[in-house]
Design a protein. Structure first.
Length: 319
């Protein structure tokens, strides 16, 4: 008898939007707890369960605005498990995109992530996207939140909603999380634009629509950070000539930090050049020899996720 299709839902958003909290509401303490599979990274967490008798995994993905990794590195990590999921034949049911309602406006890393996210998905996949606001409990005035939600929809989300995405809020409860999952679980599976570009068309990350956008942003930051290192070096040299020891110490610290930031962006730039498709082919083939019981186990081993296995989710009835 053929094995049941294995399904997946992704949870995405910038760092701090509540992705791990959302996952944990399905089982308190699940994220970060390994079961049978050795976890060697904290980048992604996965909960494995069944819905209506069908195997499904809900995956917490790395977010932009990370202090230790550049956007290029993070896009590489996201792409890595998207490609693994696609190549392993795990069905993608949808993506839960989280946004803090406590943010006064969409700007900075949140705006950059959203633009990358749209390009990563592609218009054909918008119907499988849930646009979800979080952290409503931190607002003193709910009316302020409702106004921000309305602005989000009008300025950013409406084009996606016109193509099938739906907007909702997460109130912090398990029932709310399950309700969002149930809507996506009822949809046909989908293939994202970046999966088609890398797996079907053989592109490297920087040649994809999302990769080209991030490459442009990384390139601009490389120029800015290179100039900053140069300027600080010139100031430090002057302080040394002037024998201003106090200023030297301050400038050395600032330059070290600027050089660290520059190295981070360079790593991200190199990551965009990599052929993730070929890399995943080799890694998946190697892991298949380990005789894992399911595609989920191969996926978890390939991308290094921490897995928790829970009993059937009892979903609310959805009209």
């Amino acid at each position: 008898m053929p094995s049941q299709a294995e399904n997946m839902i992704l949870v995405m958003g910038v760092t701090g939007t509540g992705k791990s909290y959302f996952i944990n509401k399905l089982k308190e303490g699940a994220a970060g707890v390994g079961h049978d599979i050795l976890s060697h990274t904290a980048d992604v967490n996965m909960i494995q369960t069944t819905l209506s008798g069908s195997p499904i995994a809900i995956v917490d993905t790395p977010g932009f605005d990370d202090t230790t990794r550049s956007d290029g590195e993070i896009l590489r990590e996201i792409t890595k498990f998207l490609v693994a999921q696609y190549k392993l034949g795990i069905k993608l049911k949808g993506i839960i995109y989280l946004h803090r309602i406590t943010d006064v406006r969409m700007q900075g890393s949140a705006l950059q992530y959203f633009e990358m996210f749209r390009r990563l998905c592609g218009e054909d996949a918008f119907e499988n996207v849930a646009l979800v606001t979080t952290m409503w409990g931190l607002l003193k005035d709910k009316e302020v939140g409702l106004q921000r939600e309305e602005q989000l929809i009008e300025k950013f989300w409406e084009p996606m909603m016109e193509m099938g995405s739906y907007a909702t809020s997460f109130d912090g409860s398990r029932e709310s999380a399950e309700g969002i999952i149930s809507v996506l679980f009822g949809k046909e599976d989908v293939v994202l634009r970046i999966q088609k570009e890398i797996v079907d068309e053989g592109r490297v990350i920087e040649e994809t629509t999302a990769g080209a956008y991030v490459k442009k942003e990384v390139k601009a930051r490389l120029v800015a950070k290179t100039n900053k290192v140069r300027d600080l070096t010139e100031q430090l040299n002057k302080a040394e000539r002037d024998r201003d020891l106090r200023r030297q110490k301050s400038l050395e610290k600032a330059r070290d930090e600027a050089e660290r930031e520059l190295r981070k962006e360079k790593r991200g730039r190199e990551g965009l050049k990599q052929d993730i498709g070929k890399e995943m082919d080799a890694t998946i083939e190697q892991q298949k020899r380990q005789k894992w019981a399911s595609r989920f186990q191969i996926f978890a081993s390939v991308v290094g996720v921490s897995v928790a296995i829970i009993a059937n989710l009892i979903l609310p009835f959805v009209m």
